[in-house]
Design a protein around this ligand. Structure first.
Ligand code: NAP
Ligand code: MG
Length: 398
């Protein structure tokens, strides 16, 4: 059989621990037999990040700008324990944070839905995608403990020295205060990424904040979305037969519970953090969740939503068998391959991505799965496979 050719490379960002092991198996059994894989390889494994003083992460993000499509393996974000474990020169920053800062994107997370792994919310029939604005708000806050009576004010000083002041509170006793910010430019990028993504996957877009209470801060988010939608996207949405609608965050929560899914829910930073954990656990498992970073310029970086599965890796190192779920990592690859195919008009490549996804879903729906899914499936007597046998089973189906 002739292998599918790729003219333009995908940026391949390799990673750490158990997911690095899965990465190699996926390439060997599911990709290379079918595709003449053309990737520009960057090793984001922690050892290599340390050797290059993290330059490799920056280089890989710049390559993602050049080629527009990247696929990333999960990576270790170093903490104190990792400093000793890997004898690190520095506590390098999270690669995801570094890449996000360079690409300026929005993260879209969606569950992979299969029969037999049923969502806790019984009317959720289709995936719900959470789009999280990954910039500012409470994640970049400044906080104060207020020791006693006195006042707290917000003061803005323009470059020419003129000031605007607002009283936050006149304290009669001890308390707390917090200041936070966001930027119109970042909110605009967020809005465009969401509108583009909705058109891409042809699903309705919801956006919700608490603008009735936060009449300037949240209201600015609402206004920016509406202005950009009316000026740039309304017609395109009409043509695609999808809608954009804004509502209050509490109304969105109530509605989403009663919906059947199949929509994108755009969230401010904090809401997105909380709601993506709710949605992923309600749909079953973090190992069945994909994640894609979409920049306003149209660069795409695909990855799994879970980490490096450290506990399984240590078992693997001891020579013990593991049953680690590779589905989210496989879907990171299919997402990137499909996007490459669409961008280059490579129909065969995009079709291959669809077929590989179908092979994964059919394998699970036939009752062959990894241990994490076997524990939650509604199917009777599932066959539990180890990490490699699960991938080989998918290869047979493919
Ligand atoms: P994790 O790798 O997501 O794993 C946490 C637990 O969830 C695992 O121990 C396992 O449970 C279960 N799990 C997650 N993915 C699974 C899979 N594919 N198949 C089966 N079970 C799965 O989180 P962590 O152990 O807290 O973090 C490990 C490292 O990942 C950390 O160094 C962290 O910095 C990094 N991390 C990276 C990313 C990223 O690159 N995007 C994201 C998050 C974390 P059981 O042990 O009960 O089987
Ligand atoms: Mg969270």
């Amino acid at each position: 059989m002739a292998r599918i050719k790729m003219e333009v490379p995908i940026v391949e960002m390799d990673g750490d621990e158990m997911t690095r092991i899965l990465w190699k198996m996926i390439k060997e059994h599911l990709l290379e037999p079918f595709i003449e894989l053309n990737t520009e390889y960057y090793d984001l494994g922690l050892m290599h990040r340390n050797e290059t003083n993290d330059q490799v992460t920056i280089d890989s993000a710049n390559a993602a700008k050049k080629y527009k499509v990247a696929v990333k393996c999960a990576t270790i974000t170093p903490n104190a324990a990792r400093m000793t474990e890997y004898d690190l020169k520095e506590m390098w920053k999270s690669p995801n944070g570094t890449i996000r800062a360079i690409l300026d994107g929005t993260v879209f997370r969606a569950p992979i839905v299969v029969k037999g792994i049923e969502p806790c919310v019984k009317n959720w029939k289709k995936p719900i995608t959470i789009a999280r604005h990954a910039y500012g708000d409470v994640y970049k806050n400044t906080e104060m403990k207020i020791p006693g009576a006195g006042k707290v004010e917000l003061v803005y000083t323009a470059e020419d020295g003129t000031q605007i002041k607002e009283l936050v509170h006149q304290y009669t006793g001890a308390g707390v205060a917090q200041g936070m910010y966001n930027l119109c430019g970042s909110i605009e990028s967020f809005a465009r990424s969401c509108f583009n993504y909705a058109l891409d996957i042809k699903q309705d877009l919801w956006f919700a904040t608490k603008d009735t209470i936060s009449k300037k801060y949240d209201h600015t988010f609402k206004d920016i979305f509406q202005e950009i939608f009316d000026a740039e996207y309304k017609e395109k949405f009409d043509e695609a037969g999808i809608i954009y609608f804004y509502t209050l965050i509490d109304d969105a929560v109530a509605r989403v519970m009663k919906s059947e899914g199949g929509c994108i829910w755009a969230c401010k930073n904090y809401d997105g953090d909380v709601m993506s954990d709710m949605v992923s656990s309600a749909f079953g498992s973090l190992a069945m969740m994909t994640s894609v970073l979409v920049s306003p310029e149209g660069y795409y970086e695909y990855e799994a939503a879970h980490g490096t599965v450290q506990r399984h890796y240590y078992k693997h190192l001891k020579g013990e068998e593991t049953s680690t779920n590779s589905v989210a990592t496989i879907f990171a690859w299919t997402g990137a391959l499909r996007k490459r195919g669409e961008m280059d008009g490579n129909v065969e490549l995009a079709a291959f991505a669809d077929k590989l996804e179908q092979a994964v879903i059919q394998t699970i729906e036939e009752g062959k799965m990894t241990k994490d899914l076997a524990l939650i499936t509604t199917m009777e007597h599932p066959t539990v496979l180890n990490s490699e046998d699960f991938i080989k089973e998918i290869a047979k189906k493919l």
